[in-house]
Design a protein around this ligand. Structure first.
Ligand code: UTP
Length: 476
């Protein structure tokens, strides 16, 4: 122990971070052991170098946006010729699915601070009537696709150390929601230490550094660490479909998306929706000097947000909904070339061993954390596809406890989607005078995934005056 202590102390000394050991004399054996284990497991030099580069911690904007223009996108089809192109892409995507060429990746390591749900966000019971969790919806959609195309859809779930065990336990308790457990791979993302406002590593307790997940872009590091690209290669995967756990409407492995992605030879793709208004908080996909970039809502200046085309449409009218496709070749190249996504800085309120009076008073933000964002990978892609989708079909995230993008809006949007399918089959769930649904509607992905599938199964005798729940028959 003495030798380990001496070595760590020396490394910390070089980095000007010896203060981390200030409680050492008062720690018991277990505390000392734990602190040494934690420090030794970290690439302290790398972390200190990131801090050096980023200090003082201004939440840097996007840099100069001179010449930043929207990325061309493929809009939703609006005529027979476009319909044919979409149909062709859909068939191509279906061939890829039947070939087992697709893997699915969800990033589910976030802390869900705004929602404030005491558990992994994927466990949130969002389903109207059924109380289905986000994870159940996602997995059942995959099971339905597996049945349709006869091939497994390997599912990679990025968790964080804070919710990893909980996530696996949830899957086990629910028998993996009917999916073969060999095709669900959970892996935790990396945690990074955070700094106080003076640039010193923050201690959560006398024997523990304060840590925070490294952002959704940390998925590249985690895929490498857990050797998952090798796993994908072994399973014959050629493209990886990426989404965020809180979007309940995501159309996992949508064939048209994959078809277009492969047809144009894209390395990385983005799905977008038409923004509600210039102020909607979605990322903006554009390019600058030939390089594709996603600029966050907060970083796009107002004059660009509100700029219009000659036709009177918003110039940056498409917003990214974080549904990406990666070709495996591209991911392998990023890892082979040891490409590091940039680190973004955020100020945060974190538990700390000491009250830092003055700093806490300044808004309670006492910590500086580093995060990577997955969309920064676009800058390294040689070919990029941007494909529009319909908001009501595919985008309803749960971010906040109430108001916009909350469980209430997600539940409403799910009910609306299912009600739309029922209406296409001639069944009209009761609506209020203002057109909103008066009864909740829920359809299991294992029962139907579209109006057409529903039409082939639906029996008459559904009472549109009451809540509707359509589940796959259990056979009991
Ligand atoms: P958000 O940025 O919306 O974060 O993540 P969040 O954790 O869900 O919520 P807040 O901001 O704390 O309120 C978008 C997606 O990226 C994942 C989240 O799980 C979510 O699916 N994510 C985010 C990670 O997997 N790891 C991270 O470090 C951050």
């Amino acid at each position: 122990m003495d030798e380990r202590y001496r070595r760590i102390k020396e490394r910390l000394g070089v980095l000007g971070q010896e203060q981390v050991l200030r409680y050492w004399p008062a720690l018991d054996e277990e505390g000392r052991q734990g602190l040494l284990d934690q420090l030794e497991a970290m690439d302290l030099e790398f972390i200190a170098a990131q801090r050096e580069r980023a200090w003082p911690p201004v939440e840097a904007g996007a840099g100069s946006l001179e010449g930043f223009s929207p990325m061309p996108h493929i809009p939703l089809p609006s005529g027979p010729e476009e319909e044919r192109a979409w149909e062709r892409a859909r068939r191509h995507g279906e061939e890829l699915l039947a070939d087992g060429a697709l893997g699915v990746l969800v990033v589910a390591g976030g802390q869900g601070t705004r929602l404030g749900y005491p558990g992994a966000k994927g466990k949130y019971p969002v389903g109207p009537v059924s109380g289905r969790s986000l994870f159940q919806y996602h997995i059942e959609k995959m099971v339905a696709m597996e049945r349709r195309y006869g091939r497994p859809l390997p599912f990679y779930v990025m968790t964080s150390p804070a919710n990893h065990e909980e996530t696996i336990a949830f899957f086990k308790q629910n028998s993996w929601f009917g999916k073969d457990p060999d095709t669900i791979l959970c892996f935790p993302q990396r945690m990074l230490p955070v700094f106080d406002l003076r640039g010193q590593l923050l201690l959560e307790s006398p024997a523990r550094l304060s840590l925070s997940p490294d952002g959704h872009g940390g998925v590249l590091y985690a895929l490498r660490k857990h050797q998952l690209l090798e796993d994908m290669r072994r399973r014959g995967i050629r493209h990886l479909f990426h989404f965020q756990v809180d979007n309940v409407l995501v159309r996992i492995a949508d064939p048209a998306y994959m078809g277009f992605h492969e047809e144009i030879g894209a390395e990385m793709s983005a799905r977008t929706v038409r923004k509600r208004d210039p102020w909607e908080k979605l990322g903006n996909i554009g390019r600058q000097n030939g390089i594709c970039k996603v600029i966050e809502y907060s970083e796009l200046p107002d004059e660009k947000k509100t700029a219009c085309t000659a036709a009177g449409e918003l110039l940056f009218g498409q917003g990214s909904i974080a549904i990406h496709l990666f070709s495996l070749d591209f991911l392998e190249r990023l890892l082979r070339q040891k490409i590091e996504l940039p680190y973004h800085i955020a100020r945060k309120k974190m538990a700390s061993v000491e009250e830092q009076g003055a700093e806490l008073a300044a808004g309670g933000l006492n910590a500086v954390k580093f995060e990577q964002f997955i969309f920064d990978a676009f800058s390294f892609a040689e070919r990029v596809l941007v494909l529009e989708t319909g908001r009501r079909l595919e985008f309803s995230p749960i971010k906040n406890r109430e108001g916009e993008d909350s469980p209430a809006t997600a539940r409403r949007d799910l009910s609306e989607l299912f009600a739309g399918w029922l209406e296409a089959c001639g069944i009209r769930p009761r609506r209020h005078a203002d057109g909103s649904l008066a009864v909740p509607v829920a359809i299991s992905p294992l029962y139907a995934m579209s109006a057409a599938e529903l039409g082939a199964k639906i029996s008459s005798g559904l009472d549109p005056e009451r809540e509707i729940l359509l589940e796959e028959p259990t056979g009991e």
